[in-house]
Design a protein around this ligand. Structure first.
Ligand SMILES: NC(=O)c1ccc[n+]([C@@H]2O[C@H](COP(=O)([O-])OP(=O)(O)OC[C@H]3O[C@@H](n4cnc5c(N)ncnc54)[C@H](OP(=O)(O)O)[C@@H]3O)[C@@H](O)[C@H]2O)c1
Length: 344
């Protein structure tokens, strides 16, 4: 594989730190690595391959000499800075800012690698909740054409970045001695940074911003990004929910196909699929849990079962590390694909 100079913008954040860890683990030959963040990180370092590498504050010059940039920043940072460097470097963007642009490929290397070939300096990395659904849905869709999906997510707090993880631990510490108040729902906490309700001991059906129809931006992303990657018009109705876990998103999905599909056939397809590990033996309590999925590179899928009321439909549960396959790992896999195929 060709050696490249990579910059990671947002290297101090939840996803950016994971990108550095994954670059350490994998076979990418680096001419150099430049961690970039905001002025808040001036003077900080990040650990990489046994060294403390100084963080560079973002500026146009921060991208000099770089071949490839992995962006792990909020949307508005990508929107402000990407156009300034897009003609100089190839960009892989983890934000949702450009994912649905027609001229921006949205890529999962196990599912639609060819679409990366036509990039115009920018490849988008998809949403982590969508990824948890897509990894099992893609092989089933290829075999039986998914017409309709109804799903609910169980999303960890790290999906809201470092602030989400801090909110959960701080609130848990405050509430652990307050058993009676928690029992009665009478918790009195200062507002968190990431969520509008307390997340400790809670389940919140609200991820992203609401539109006038009452659908959240996260729910729209699950639907539109799945359709873009599969190139299909599958109808998708999602409810996205935040739960008090640290890493690992879960999704429970009901899928109706164009033809009847037995659970055994679905299990065989999932077993053979790249990026999926089948964990499905209820008799021995084997099924995916989000904790088990944390730190692994594949989506774990189980609870595969037919809908007794509809021979064309089945349900499954999928769990996927939102920081790895849901974000950082997929971005590094896109980088490897571009380098390997000479598509930089
Ligand atoms: N967390 C997930 O599971 C997940 C999954 C898929 C996609 N994503 C997306 O990935 C992106 C990063 O998410 P995250 O969870 O890692 O967020 P995070 O933990 O809040 O980290 C944000 C990063 O962006 C940097 N940043 C903020 N403003 C900046 C600026 N003006 N200039 C340069 N850098 C700036 C921050 O640097 P400072 O430390 O200097 O502030 C920090 O390194 C978001 O677009 C998110 O939607 C996240």
């Amino acid at each position: 594989m060709k050696a490249v100079h990579i910059a990671v913008v947002g290297a101090t954040g939840a996803v950016g730190r994971e990108v550095l860890r994954i670059l350490e683990e994998r076979d990418v030959t680096l001419l150099g690595l430049r961690p970039i963040a905001s002025a808040r990180s001036e003077g900080k370092t990040v650990p990489f391959r046994g060294e403390d590498v100084p963080v560079t504050v973002i500026s146009e010059r921060a991208f000099d000499g770089v071949d490839l940039v992995i962006w792990d920043t909020p949307d508005e940072v990508a929107v402000e800075w990407m156009p300034k460097v897009r003609d100089r470097v190839v960009n892989i963007d983890n934000s949702s800012a450009f994912r649905l642009y027609e001229d921006v490929p949205l890529v999962v290397p196990e599912v639609n690698p060819e679409s990366a070939r036509a990039h115009k300096g920018l490849v988008a990395n998809p949403n982590c909740t969508m990824m948890t659904l897509l990894m099992p849905l893609a092989p089933l869709h290829r075999a039986a054409n998914a017409r309709r999906v109804i799903c609910s997510s169980y999303q960890s707090v790290s999906g809201a970045g470092v602030a989400g993880v801090d909110d959960l631990y701080e609130q848990l510490e405050k509430l652990l001695p307050e058993r009676e108040a928690v029992r009665r729902g009478l918790v009195d906490l200062p507002p968190g940074r990431a969520f509008v309700h307390p997340i400790a001991f809670n389940v919140i059906p609200h991820v992203g911003g609401f539109d006038s129809a009452g659908t959240t931006s996260e729910e729209r992303r699950v639907a539109s990004e799945t359709r873009k990657i599969l190139g299909s018009d599958t109808e998708i109705f999602a409810t996205t929910v935040r739960v008090p876990t640290v890493v690992g998103h879960g999704i429970s999905a009901w899928v109706e196909f164009e033809r009847p599909i037995e659970a055994d056939e679905a299990r065989a397809l999932l077993k053979a699929a790249d990026g999926v590990t089948l964990e499905d033996d209820p008799k021995t309590n084997r099924y995916p849990t989000t904790l088990q999925s944390s730190g692994i590179d594949k989506a774990m899928v189980g609870r595969v079962r037919n809908d007794p009321a509809n021979t064309n439909a089945l349900g499954f549960f999928s769990a996927c590390d939102n920081l790895r396959k849901g974000a950082a790992l997929n971005a590094v896999q896109i980088a490897e694909l571009l380098i390997d195929k000479n598509w930089l």
